[in-house]
Design a protein around this ligand. Structure first.
Ligand code: 13P
Ligand code: SF4
Length: 306
């Protein structure tokens, strides 16, 4: 059955000059048919450089919006419009505007997990892979509003030594990965390397428990585990990443801190919906041109930082 769907997707992709971009939290079978799998930064870069006419985005809505913003004139499809993000939903453009009104000399740094409206009001975007380097490069004399993830914001503050105003948003999946789960998993695998996503709620507590914990983006985890001499890793993030970690390091062992750390929005995308998306040209992600123009500026500033 799956094989039949995969063949139909492959042939429609050729016919329509389409590519499939997938985030590392996608279902295993979706990652397996994608042309590119990666973290938010890798996906933004890939979306910015593709020659394909149609981008099917196997991820959540803000990621598909980012692809659409970076590709005016191309068709960007998301196979399920309900695939949202609890973190992006914590902040609106009005919230950002209110801070800007009170801080006319301030800079707004928006994590990519935000809507296009919020990105349009930001000075620069960041992902978990480059937030520290982007903030380091900003004018030290201007106040910064970092939105919307408070745990990533706190990590950036620790790394850069720079105090920022933090929006108190969180992702329900990562906020649920706390000290208790981590303690028990680390006790079971005391020689393992510990990889943790900066959206997790336990950032500072984790560093106290295990000072050599590696706080990194999903793709950072893939690269680090490939080159590390360790052969066991405890992983604190959404469990979809395990497929990619195991694929690139089949001889190593990966243990999720929390098996139930599953993003239901990411899992809404299925092979059947991808096929439907290509067949029916649905669901188009379109951003009003004035919003897209402003949001593109903040995304391009981010992509330029590396
Ligand atoms: P990455 O950029 O590390 O892939 O994270 C995206 C995300 O949504 C984390 O929950
Ligand atoms: Fe959003 Fe959290 Fe899902 Fe990432 S894991 S897409 S931050 S809800």
């Amino acid at each position: 059955m799956n094989q039949d769907i995969v063949e139909q997707i492959e042939s429609l992709k050729k016919e329509r000059n389409a590519i499939i971009l997938a985030h590392s939290y996608q279902r295993d079978e979706v990652q397996d048919i994608a042309d590119f799998v990666g973290d938010s930064l890798g996906l933004s870069r890939e979306a910015a450089k593709t020659d394909a006419e149609v981008i099917v985005f196997a991820g959540v809505h803000f990621m598909a919006e980012t692809a659409a913003i970076l590709n005016p004139g191309k068709t960007v499809l998301i196979p399920d419009l309900e695939a949202g993000c609890s973190l992006a939903d914590t902040i609106s453009a009005a919230d950002v505007q209110a801070w800007k009104d009170e801080n006319p000399d301030g800079l707004v740094v928006a994590y990519v997990n935000t809507t296009a409206d919020v990105k349009a009001l930001a000075d620069v975007c960041v992902t978990s892979a480059n937030a520290v380097s982007v903030v380091t490069a900003l004018d030290p004399d201007r106040p910064i509003f970092f939105v919307p993830d408070m745990f990533l914001g706190a990590h950036v503050e620790r790394e850069t030594g720079r105090k920022m105003s933090l929006w108190l948003g969180e992702c329900h999946v990562h906020a649920g990965i706390g000290e208790k789960e981590i303690n028990s998993r680390l006790a079971e695998h005391s020689n393992a390397e510990f990889l943790i996503h900066p959206e997790c709620s336990c950032g500072s507590a984790c560093l106290y428990l295990k000072p050599d914990a590696k706080i990194m983006s999903t793709e950072g985890m893939v690269r680090f585990s490939q080159s590390s001499e360790a052969d066991e890793f405890v992983v604190a993030t959404e469990v979809g990443i395990l497929h990619r970690l195991e694929r690139f390091s089949p001889e190593k062992r990966f243990f999720p801190v929390k098996e139930s750390a599953v993003c239901e929005y990411m899992k809404m995308i299925t092979l059947e919906k991808i096929l439907d998306s290509l067949l029916k040209n649905q669901f188009k992600v379109e951003i009003p041109p004035d919003i897209a123009k402003k949001a593109r500026r903040s995304l391009e500033s981010m992509i330029a930082v590396g």
